[in-house]
Design a protein around this ligand. Structure first.
Ligand SMILES: Nc1ncnc2c1ncn2[C@@H]1O[C@H](COP(=O)(O)OP(=O)(O)OP(=O)(O)O)[C@@H](O)[C@H]1O
Ligand SMILES: [Mg+2]
Length: 379
């Protein structure tokens, strides 16, 4: 962090607008004709000045709608949007001080990319505009596009221009909707890194929408995981990964996906264990308030499981197949009495064979229990 700050001082591209907080309170959007399902159903988010938040969630969960409301491109049905201590939900888009890098963001077709980027800066008589555009263009790998017109750009190039244009506008709040989705894998990684560094240097309060969790994890200070118009969990990547609030979050974040198994809670000497499958064994958990005999949903991440020789406690299983993926292996095993295979991430040096009998173990605090009906976490 301090390294980036130091670097910012020596750079031409420097923020003049102090970072501002962004606070959404009970934000709701009901589209006309869609009164039955609100697109956004009561979002509360308190984003710190200069923070980068990734909004992560499945298609249709309301991410774009949320950004459009903040930007002023969509009306708010109810709730409040504050930038710093200013209520902006009633203001026209131009008065909000919000920069948007939406994919569809209009560029002026008759102007070159360079002129598109310079346009707003020159209008505001920003000193060092040419230098700033040159610096951002270099860092977003856009030098070869500067003399082209928007019509001649590929979708990945257009996306970078939209991103650069949002950055040079120097807004206190920056909203990016899938800013890297059209870039190829390697450009995507490089531009992602550069975006993060630029965001730090400029100090924008930023929301990046993505459905790519690697992108979310790599960029974000905090993640807001959304489903069905509601934020399901808001926390640092570690908090969301290590301490999921509910089954949705547990399943949405994490690759390979978390194992989800049906189980029955057993309370022994005041400690909650969970029985999985039929006579396959039990796992200790760190949960406390679960009554003996409760049907629960059990979540265990492949990264948290280990395989040991049989008989060491844990769940008895049979390897169905084994994938050796260089840095690690994935052993998918069957457990008597349950349909789902249990995926275990194994160390690179280990090899397993189909039909091999194994025992699956996991640390108690990494065995998550969820209400079998609502999916809420049982702690
Ligand atoms: N202009 C609109 N009129 C009516 N319904 C809309 C409109 N825009 C979006 N919706 C609906 O609102 C819900 C949320 O859409 P939104 O575009 O915000 O989702 P999203 O999370 O951005 O999805 P994606 O990841 O596919 O971009 C969806 O059910 C969508 O069909
Ligand atoms: Mg969207």
């Amino acid at each position: 962090m301090s390294v980036t700050t130091t670097r910012a001082r020596g750079n031409a591209a420097k923020s003049t607008t102090p970072a501002q907080s962004l606070t959404l309170t009970d934000l709701v959007k009901v589209y006309h004709g869609r009164e039955d399902v609100p697109a956004v159903n009561g979002i509360n988010l308190a984003i710190e000045p200069g923070e980068l938040v990734a909004l992560l969630g499945p298609s249709g969960c309301g991410k774009t709608t949320t950004l459009r409301m903040i930007a002023g491109l969509e009306t708010v049905t109810s709730g409040s949007i504050r930038i710093g201590d200013r209520e902006v939900s009633g203001l026209p888009a131009a008065k909000r001080g919000v920069g948007v890098g939406f994919e569809s963001y209009a560029l002026y077709p008759p102007m070159s990319v360079r002129d598109n980027l310079l346009y707003g800066l020159k209008a505001r008589k920003v000193a060092g505009a040419d230098k700033m555009v040159a610096s951002i263009s270099r860092r977003l790998e856009m030098d070869d596009m500067l003399d082209l017109r928007p019509a001649g750009l590929s979708s990945g190039q257009k996306q970078r221009v939209a991103l650069a244009r949002a950055l040079v506008r120097n807004p206190p709040v920056l909203l990016l909707d899938e800013p890297l989705s059209h870039l190829d894998a390697s450009a995507r990684q490089r531009v992602r890194r550069e975006l993060k560094v630029l965001q730090r240097e400029f100090g924008y309060t930023t929301i990046v929408v993505t459905h790519d969790q690697v992108e979310a994890l790599s960029l974000a200070d905090r993640l807001a995981v959304m489903d069905a118009g509601v934020v399901q969990q808001f926390g640092t990547p570690d908090e969301v990964f290590d301490d999921p609030a509910n089954l949705f979050v547990a399943q949405f974040v994490g690759e390979p996906q978390i194992n989800v198994l049906r189980g029955v809670a057993r309370v022994r000497d005041g400690r909650v264990q969970v029985e999985i499958g039929s006579n396959a064994g039990v796992l200790d958990t760190a949960a406390a308030g679960v009554a003996d005999g409760t049907q629960v949903t059990v979540g265990i991440r492949p990264q948290d499981c280990a395989l040991t020789a049989t008989g060491a406690g844990g769940i008895t299983a049979t390897v169905a197949y084994f994938e050796h993926l260089l840095e690690f292996g994935l052993a998918t095993s069957t457990v008597a009495g349950i349909e789902e295979g249990v995926v275990v991430q194994t160390p690179a040096a280990e090899r397993y064979e189909p039909e091999q009998r194994v025992t699956v173990t996991a640390p108690p605090e990494r065995v998550y229990l969820f209400d079998a009906g609502s999916g809420e976490r049982l702690r």
